[in-house]
Design a binder for this molecule. Sequence first.
Ligand code: FES
Length: 463
Amino acid sequence: EEDSKTCSVPDEVMLNIFSYLSPRDLARCAQVSNRWNQLALDPSLWPGIYPVQWATGDWSFHPSLKDDDDEECGEEATCSFFALREVRIISGLVKHVLKRVGGGVRVCNLAHSRGISSSLVHKILKLCPNLHTLSLAHTRVTDAAFKEYGLKGQVGHLEHLDLTGCENVTDATLHSLTCYSAHCQDPLPASTSGITCPQDGSSTPPVSDHDSVISDRLPSSERLVPIVHPVISLSPPPVSENSGPSHSEFHLSFLESEALIEDPTFTDLSALELCDLDCLARNICNQRSEGENSTRGCCQTRDIFGSKEGKDRNSTGKTPKRLDSGEADVRNVPKTGCCSGGEGCEGADGDGERELSVMSSATLPHSLHGLRFLSLNGCFRVQDSGLRVLSERGGLPSLQHLDLSGCLNLTGAGVARLVEACPTLDHAHLFYCDNLFPDPFPTTASGCRNLQCTTRICCRSGD
Ligand code: FES
């Protein structure tokens, strides 16, 4: 009755019509009636999410044709505006959309996102178990983004993982991605604590899962301020009312959740994760309160991942040098086993199931089992121990492209060990530092990809 003019149209036809709509239009359609809400949030209509380009007004389910490498922020105010909008869109997706459509999302492109945090990435990964393409290139995400990733049943789906320029990523990320023991409670090595930049000696504090990406970039006058929410109809329009919700009631789509920031000097993006109770998608959250699914995240529970301590400060942006061996050792990544050796893992006493899980860790497929493309370009904190985790956990049997350029702390032996565990890797698509010693594949591999690029880390950049 609510949409009497369309109620006779079969769902299949409606879905076909909706398949021509943009994500923003789908979000608007989802606010028309319960039936339209069900149809518009059908997982088949959401094959990918592109919050960064959506924030620029390009509401498309296809990647922008713009070259990411050429993308630059212009005016600071403009940069801040887009960053803020990204945060709203990503928050809206995480809170209200992905819970419904996450199973259908195959592509997540967050490259160059200025608004993404590790916490949000962690939630996206949790809500989109079937992702096969993930790009976090040139973001400030940390290892916390991938915490427990391998434990959530996301086995073998990832085919394309782009971590280009993710300077805060360490061995712990590779560790988490290949951890699949149901009993691993702590895939992150304890040593994700601070690291000293080899270039200028500055100390990077422990990476926080709540890296405040926005607030420290905004001038104090432009930081997020309290937002007065417009009145929004939370329910489909009553049948008796011919006049549907006004246009103004729709302008705050649940794709763009407003931030509830009370303190204009806030420094923690977790504040953005408070539930927008005025959102039309509140009925989604109600499923949680009804106990339908106790594991589904609900923003009303304030169940926010990770700690809220300390802001994550990025590196200075200068080209780092290799770490001294003494510095490299502090990461303390375990050589074998399914995780960092936390309770319940290798060596710990346990029941038969746990032992089986640990014993078979070398043969069970991990989440990178089907990976074809891997770029750690510029992830200078990754070391041989991280690559060893990949090679010792079954390798990457489907890998065809591997970029290790700018990983200044790798050795020739470490790269060779991983490449040996990648039987399908085409050496024409194998990139690593030209100064690697010993050079494991001097005549077959391609050289460093960063030499001609001023934005990527390269030991020959002249610094
Ligand atoms: Fe060494 Fe580019 S990273 S040559």
